[in-house]
Design a protein around this ligand. Structure first.
Ligand code: PGA
Length: 255
């Protein structure tokens, strides 16, 4: 499968922004701007409490809704957590898993990321699995090793059939929210490493079909160059996803 036949996916990661009423306003602004842009899938990954509002607000459009995390247990004594079944029932289709902010501030490890990915796919959610190196790891020249390891551990036990539901987002930690974007060449290099890992795990056909996104300060001004790369099939957008016209401009770039 070639890049042209893979599904391009532009996903907004709102992080801890937007109350439900603000979410409704932003989605309503976004809808006409992305209408008919069918060259890519458009997703908004919103805070848990915005999900119901977002699912209602996207009706009549092709915008899909995702959550930003999911717990690995079906249910039980996990105060403050949200299960995959809960997300499914409110209409979330996607879920971001293993974002570097979860790893950095909330103690998530490759092992818990794997547990969450497993719970999500088995419940029928589509994970957006985030991997990426720290600046010191890039400086040490171990980016490929780190990202390969994160990918392999996160996908441990995931079958080839399940892999078809998973998107991988390469997000160099040093590029997130810093305004410092990876160059298109750097993004391409690591996205290709990820695809190679997938080839080793699942074979050529599945690896070529998986959507691999880049994330980290993607914005209207740099999206087209990043998205033109052979192994970069979309973007996970933080800051720029909070401004309808900026997010729509990135969707345009993907089209
Ligand atoms: P950013 O965030 O676009 O604000 O850098 C990307 C992300 O964290 O997914």
């Amino acid at each position: 499968m070639r890049k042209e036949t893979r599904k391009a996916v532009i996903a907004g990661n709102w992080k801890m922004n937007m109350t439900p009423s603000q979410a409704k306003t932003l989605i309503e602004e976004l809808k006409p701007l992305v209408a008919g842009k069918n060259g890519c899938e458009v997703i908004v990954c919103v805070p848990f409490v915005d999900l119901t509002t977002a699912v209602e607000a996207v009706k009549g459009s092709d915008i899909k809704v995702g959550a930003q995390n999911v717990h690995f247990a079906d249910k039980g004594a996990y105060t403050g957590e949200i299960s995959a079944a809960m997300l499914k029932e409110v209409g979330a289709e996607y879920v971001v898993i293993g974002h570097s902010e979860r790893r950095q501030y909330f103690g998530e490890t490759d092992v818990t990321v794997n547990q969450r990915v497993t719970a999500a796919v088995r419940a029928g959610l589509k994970p957006i699995l985030c991997v990426g190196e720290l600046l010191e790891q890039r400086d040490q020249g171990i980016t490929a090793e780190i990202v390969s390891l994160q990918t392999k551990i996160a996908l441990s036990g995931i079958t080839a059939e399940e892999m078809k539901q998973i998107i991988i987002a390469y997000e160099p930690v040093w590029a997130i929210g810093t305004g410092r974007t990876a160059t298109a060449e750097q993004a391409e290099e690591v996205c290709a490493v990820i695809r190679d890992v997938l080839k080793g795990l699942y074979g050529e056909e599945i690896a070529e079909a998986v959507t691999v996104q880049y994330g980290g300060s993607m914005k209207p001004g740099n999206a087209a160059e990043l998205l033109a790369k052979t192994n970069v099939d979309g973007g996970l957008i933080g800051g720029a996803s909070l401004v309808a016209k900026d997010f729509a401009a990135i969707v345009d770039a993907a089209n």
